[in-house]
Design a protein around this ligand. Structure first.
Ligand code: SF4
Length: 343
């Protein structure tokens, strides 16, 4: 049996109802029921988490796999996630973790303590811990407890997230999280509503807040044929990043493969990803990357000043690095993120 423990970020309402304040779903939950994510439950008028100590997936990954290309490049990160998610994406790549709790199906995870997680990260020589795979917001208690301890032990903390945290949740994370990869899945409310059961506006607001809070930030967009692949929408995403997050923000454009409830269309043509890459560069973004196309030239980091290849990659492996003290070895331009991530 999974255990439950008191949740944070909620408020009591009349008649033993509660409202969860962890994410922008802001679920109103009746006694005995769970929120939309399926892992936060009203137990006689108190909100409890069912995944406070219940890790369902854990691996030691290259940090490039998150993907983070400008934060501690070439390092390993202990990556963990629980069951449950506050989105229901038709194209979810981790649906076996994220969706079953919504149907009251709960695969047993592995009970862990924050101490064990931090010790495991150190044992495997990871420079950081990544809260990932499903959605860290729904296991915020475990994230915060582990991140505090990790920070004391000089490990960095990373979230890989859909960016749908409530303002209070982001505040709790601030000061503990060092880097984030946030999905910007599309640039239309209809996509977020119909494909994810969520909303775009809070994600845009949170991206701006994260930039202001000073975490290292990279953004990922999965391009899906017929859903978010119009030239107009791709340009809007690129321009949002440039104008609101800064030209130095890395943008990862990933290739969709049919999965979960979205099997009625083919994988994204490589030419579409290449066109999106071009659009990102034309919008003024300095670091645009292709994803899910191993060996593609778009995986490499180029100097925005002299166009020298600074880091060449094969998938998640670094092959050649031409950086000196976080700057281009050719022209000396400082490259965003690299100096920061060595501190
Ligand atoms: S974290 Fe879960 S319970 Fe809380 S508001 Fe979000 S979806 Fe609802």
């Amino acid at each position: 049996m999974h255990t439950s423990k008191q949740a944070i970020l909620w408020k009591p309402l009349k008649e033993q109802k509660v409202q969860c304040l962890a994410c922008c779903q802001f679920c109103l939950i009746e006694d005995g029921e769970r929120g939309f994510c399926g892992v936060r439950q009203n137990a006689r008028g108190e909100l409890v988490t069912l995944v406070g100590d219940n890790v369902a997936a854990m691996n030691v990954d290259p940090v490039e796999k998150k993907p983070l290309f400008h934060f501690m490049p070439g390092s390993m990160t202990l990556s963990l996630g629980t069951m449950g998610c506050n989105f229901s994406c038709s194209f979810c790549q981790n649906y076996t973790l994220s969706q079953p709790p919504k149907e009251y199906q709960f695969r047993e995870g592995q009970p862990v303590t924050p101490e064990q997680l931090v010790n495991t990260a150190r044992e495997y020589r990871s420079g950081s811990i990544s809260y990932t795979y499903s959605e860290p917001t729904v296991f915020i208690e475990l994230v915060l407890e582990t991140a505090r301890l990790a920070k004391e032990k000089k490990l960095k903390n990373i979230i890989v997230s859909n960016g749908f945290q409530s303002p209070d949740c982001l505040k709790e994370m601030n000061g503990l999280i060092d880097a984030a990869n946030i999905d910007l899945k599309a640039y239309s409310e209809s996509f977020y509503r119909d494909q994810c059961k969520a909303r775009l506006k809070p994600v845009l607001d949170n991206l701006v807040k994260i930039r202001e809070m000073g975490w290292w930030l990279e953004v990922t967009t999965l391009i899906i044929p017929g859903l978010n692949d119009s030239a107009r929408e791709i340009k809007e995403i690129a321009e949002f990043i440039k104008n609101n997050l800064g030209a130095h923000t890395p943008w990862h454009i990933s290739r969709f493969h049919p999965t979960f409830n979205l099997t009625d269309r083919q994988a994204t043509p490589v030419e579409t990803i290449e066109q999106a890459w071009q659009t990102g560069k034309e919008a003024g973004l300095e670091f645009v990357y292709t994803g899910n196309i191993p060996g593609h030239n778009g995986e490499n980091t180029f100097c925005p000043a002299c166009n020298e290849t600074l880091i060449s990659r094969m998938g998640f492996q670094l092959r050649d690095i031409r950086l000196q003290n976080g700057a281009c070895a050719g022209c000396g331009k400082e490259i965003a993120g690299y100096r920061l991530s060595r501190s």
